[in-house]
Design a protein around this ligand. Structure first.
Ligand SMILES: NC(=O)c1ccc[n+]([C@@H]2O[C@H](COP(=O)([O-])OP(=O)(O)OC[C@H]3O[C@@H](n4cnc5c(N)ncnc54)[C@H](OP(=O)(O)O)[C@@H]3O)[C@@H](O)[C@H]2O)c1
Length: 279
């Protein structure tokens, strides 16, 4: 039987790369997006060689601006018309405030606006290819995020740790709102925390040590990166999750979103404001 075609944003390293490899090993057609052609070509060649799967390719896409995201939508619609699973994985953890040319703080742009633009821009195509799934790579840190529509998008409330959490909270609000808006169209939308892995994003948080000592014993802080692919693989393919939508998972287990995510007025305000920014 034909296995769903998967697209993973940010497939050149970390969790995206591990996830692309696992899907390829299991016979899926896999597309990664990347903003560095040389690295993308090397990753695609390596995954092809390791898995023997010839259906691994990449598309260029820079998610740091609205136009870059919109161009990627056009490219995906043209090049991957059979897409069934979109994994919004690309993410940044900015420890300094950087505004993009559109005026948005970069955590907010890459971790929230990019998934919004990709998911809404591809929804009709995914619906035609149903059953389809959208997965947003989130974090348990969104639970301690704060979202202020007047401040967060522009980095007025910037904090070296807070802005990542706040952007992921915006992404969580979006996950539930999109899931509700796509009800009945054959697309589920969920978010998950992959757990802790020693990737570039974590190094940006200053978490570079691999082990810690507690009560005389040595523990590994991070698990092997290959394990980070298990949750997205399960959430994208498990037959038991057909129809499960608008949920948060900690790895493969159902978990609770931050309480603010239940605020329908806030979710709708963010949705309408985002459409206005994109108009
Ligand atoms: N690692 C963890 O423990 C952990 C925990 C919770 C959640 N997460 C989430 O997991 C996801 C993957 O992160 P990771 O840990 O695997 O980190 P990573 O190794 O830094 O991977 C991030 C990926 O996103 C891409 N990316 C970043 N900015 C981009 C942009 N402007 N345009 C296009 N692509 C861009 C990166 O491409 P370049 O290589 O070109 O920069 C890279 O491929 C993120 O959403 C992160 O928030 C990670």
């Amino acid at each position: 039987m034909h296995k769903p075609t998967i697209l993973i944003t940010g497939g050149t390293s970390g969790i995206g790369l591990a996830t692309a490899r696992l899907f390829a090993q299991n016979g899926h057609a896999v597309v990664i997006t990347a903003r560095d052609a040389a690295r993308a070509q090397a990753v695609v060649a390596a995954i092809g060689a390791q898995t023997g799967n010839p259906e691994v390719r990449w598309l260029w896409g820079d998610l740091s601006t609205i136009a870059g995201c919109q161009e990627l939508v056009v490219r995906i619609r043209r090049e991957v018309p059979d897409l069934q699973v979109l994994i919004n994985n690309a993410g940044v953890f900015m420890t300094e405030k950087v505004l993009n040319p559109d005026g948005f703080e970069t955590n907010f742009m890459v971790n929230y606006l990019a998934p919004f633009i990709l998911s809404t821009g591809l929804a009709d195509m995914l619906a035609r290819n149903h059953p389809a799934r959208i997965l947003n790579v989130s974090t348990g840190l969104h639970l301690s995020g704060h979202f202020d529509l007047a401040q967060t998008p522009y980095g007025h409330d910037f904090g070296a740790r807070a802005s990542y959490r706040n952007a992921k909270l915006a992404n969580a609000l979006h996950t539930v709102e999109l899931a509700q808006r796509l009800q009945g169209r054959g697309i589920t939308v969920n978010a998950f925390s992959p757990g802790l892995f020693n990737t570039t994003v974590m190094k940006a948080r200053g978490l570079t040590h691999l082990f810690f000592k507690y009560a005389g014993a040595v523990y590994a802080l991070f698990r092997p990166i290959a394990g980070s692919a298990l949750a997205p693989y399960y959430l994208a393919t498990a037959p038991t999750l057909a129809g499960v939508t608008g949920r948060f998972f900690y790895q493969q287990e159902p978990a609770a979103f931050a309480p603010q995510v239940a605020d329908a007025a806030l979710r709708q305000q963010l949705w309408q404001q985002t459409l206005a920014w994109l108009a």
